[in-house]
Write a protein that binds this ligand. Structure first.
Ligand SMILES: C[S@@+](CC[C@H](N)C(=O)[O-])C[C@H]1O[C@@H](n2cnc3c(N)ncnc32)[C@H](O)[C@@H]1O
Length: 348
């Protein structure tokens, strides 16, 4: 392909001129000029007739092959063209720390190893690839099957994730964690700061369904925000991660059924902010949790509500939390249900 050899310092302005003249090929890549370290090579399409072609040396070099844009571009290293063309390859996968989790249907599963290896080729920072066979049980953990692991590395499902600039350890095969709710967690930090401002002192927070602690970590890191607080989960593995991720003297951490906390005297009427992150059961659990709140304390929670149950759910939450409860649809959960957030009014 024709390339213009241009002085390095003029590269940007010449690129702009070529672009304006529609003379750049799709995905044009600027390269070093192997004959002169102070010059760059810019590709130009064959039909271009711009003036620049007469001002700068034009040389012919082979264009480098386009970089692979998806794991599918690596499948030919492992599978025949015939197979590649006969399968409907998965188009989505999820990154969890240095792992990739991917859902496969029956026809894709047969080529799981090749999919795993191709994903490792495409994503250099990924350590291992697992088939995600779905979420199971009350602890909402993933059933994972190893597809590929980078040579010399461990196939463990334990991994470190970074959320809002902070590091957390998790293991999708034994504890719940989803990055999809990270935006909600940013809102929790803002909510906690508003309560502190209103009260003029550090606040006590109760997160009885804390998982590995993603809602609490930003609160811990915010200087002067937290007073004595509580984090719990019924899953013993999650509690181990809580100690590792947010274990500070500020927190009491326990492996306990949230609904039984009200029977512990030292926790009753103790908290300024109660988080209720158990979306499938929130509405049923709320009455058992309210005794943990101080007078005027704030509840912030999430519930999956079927469209046809929305009014009944609103009535139930209003009855439990008072008429000022705000319920907001946050995103669609299924064809007939939404994930909703509810928050009782900040202190009056
Ligand atoms: C939807 S997850 C939320 C986890 C965490 N708050 C987050 O945002 O990642 C719900 C958590 O509640 C825990 N759980 C389920 N039933 C519980 C119960 N009765 N009491 C306390 N924790 C429970 C599960 O183990 C899970 O970690």
């Amino acid at each position: 392909m024709r390339h213009l050899s241009v002085p390095s310092r003029e590269t940007q302005s010449i690129l702009c001129q070529l672009k304006a003249a529609a003379a750049l090929p799709e995905g044009a890549r600027v390269r070093a000029d192997p004959t002169d370290e102070n010059r760059r090579l810019i590709p130009v399409i064959d039909s271009a007739t711009v003036d620049l072609l007469t001002h700068y040396p034009v040389i012919h070099v082979d264009s480098p092959p386009p970089s692979p844009r998806s794991y599918r571009d690596h499948l030919n290293n492992f599978l025949s063209q015939e197979i590649i063309e006969s399968v409907d390859w998965p188009t989505r996968h999820e990154f969890v720390g240095d792992l990739i989790l991917i859902k496969l249907d029956t026809s894709q599963r047969e080529y799981g190893d090749a999919i795993g290896q191709a994903l490792l080729n495409q994503h250099k920072r990924t350590r291992a690839v697992f088939e995600d066979k779905g979420v199971t049980g009350d602890f909402r953990v993933r059933d994972l099957n190893l597809l590929a692991v980078r040579e010399g590395f461990s196939p463990t499902t334990r991994t470190k994730i970074v959320e809002s600039g902070q590091e957390l350890w998790t293991d999708p095969s034994s504890v719940y964690y989803s990055s999809r709710l990270s935006h909600e967690r940013e809102g929790t930090l803002e909510c906690a700061k508003r309560i502190r401002e209103h009260l003029g002192r550090p606040i006590s927070v109760c997160d009885p369904y804390a998982g590995v602690g993603p809602s609490l970590l930003p609160l811990v890191k915010e200087s002067g925000l937290l007073g004595e607080s509580f984090a719990g989960d019924l899953n013993p593995k999650a509690v181990e991660f809580l100690h590792e991720n947010i274990g500070t003297e500020k927190f009491t951490i326990e492996c306990v059924d949230a609904r039984t906390l009200q029977s512990t005297d030292s926790l009753r009427e103790k908290f300024d902010l109660l988080l209720v992150n158990i979306p499938h059961d929130a509405i049923q659990h709320i009455p058992d949790l309210l005794p943990l709140l101080r007078e005027g304390g704030v509840v912030r929670g999430w519930a999956i509500i079927e469209d046809e149950d929305f009014e009944a759910a609103t009535n139930s939450l209003t009855k439990s939390l008072g008429k000022d409860v705000e319920i907001e649809v946050r995103r669609s959960y299924s064809a007939t249900a939404n994930l909703c957030r509810f928050e009782s009014q900040i202190y009056r």
